[in-house]
Design a protein around this ligand. Structure first.
Ligand SMILES: CC(C)(COP(=O)(O)OP(=O)(O)OC[C@H]1O[C@@H](n2cnc3c(N)ncnc32)[C@H](O)[C@@H]1OP(=O)(O)O)[C@@H](O)C(=O)NCCC(=O)NCCS
Length: 164
């Protein structure tokens, strides 16, 4: 059975394994070097009640994670966060990503966030459609801002405003 809960430090190995696979094999993230657990701890502790990290758990195994990260340390941005969403490769296409996204969207609203941003690389139609379906609107395209696997990439900026 699939469940969703707040991530703990003990989940960090599994979260990192999923993220590092995406770094090495996808343009979903513009990181190009895999993360160490020490680097991931810094990322983990930069989250809090208002900026949760959730994991999707299937039969005690972590099959995906999502986070709401601070958009900026500048205080006026305090009610804005950026969404990240990753499902373990062999578990994609089974509805986990959608449920994880819906769960973290609810948490963000309950935490008092006002707006969420998602940055999605060109070609990631699955994510663009998924975020659109969950109320995100395409608000702009940053042209040719990334270079990965020898290709220049655009980044689509999507935004959801709660209660809009
Ligand atoms: C994007 C991602 C999180 C989606 O998670 P998922 O569990 O595979 O997605 P779901 O099974 O919940 O499907 C969500 C929607 O995408 C569609 N979809 C999923 N996989 C698909 C595929 N391979 N081809 C076409 N459509 C697909 C589903 O049909 C569903 O749409 P629907 O409800 O209209 O039918 C996952 O593919 C992933 O981790 N990708 C790599 C990281 C990434 O791109 N993250 C997003 C950037 S922030």
């Amino acid at each position: 059975m699939l469940t969703f809960r707040r991530a703990t430090l003990e989940d960090l190995d599994a979260i990192t394994e999923i993220y590092n696979e995406a770094i090495l094999h996808t343009t979903a993230t513009f990181d190009t070097e895999t993360k160490t657990i020490e680097e991931q701890k810094t990322w983990f502790f930069d989250h809090d009640d208002k900026h949760p990290i959730l994991v999707a758990v299937d039969c005690e195994f972590i099959v995906g994670w999502a986070s709401l990260s601070k958009w900026s340390d500048r205080c006026a941005y305090t009610d804005t966060a950026e969404v990240s969403l990753y499902v373990k490769k062999e578990h994609r296409g089974k509805g986990i990503g959608r449920q994880l996204l819906e769960t973290i969207l609810r948490e963000g609203q309950e935490a008092g966030l006002h707006t969420l941003i998602a940055r999605i690389a060109e070609g990631n139609e699955i994510s663009i459609n998924l975020f659109e379906h969950e109320g995100f609107e395409l608000i702009g395209v940053m042209k040719e801002v990334g270079r990965k696997f020898g290709r220049l990439l655009d980044v689509y900026i999507m935004q959801k405003i709660y209660d809009a």
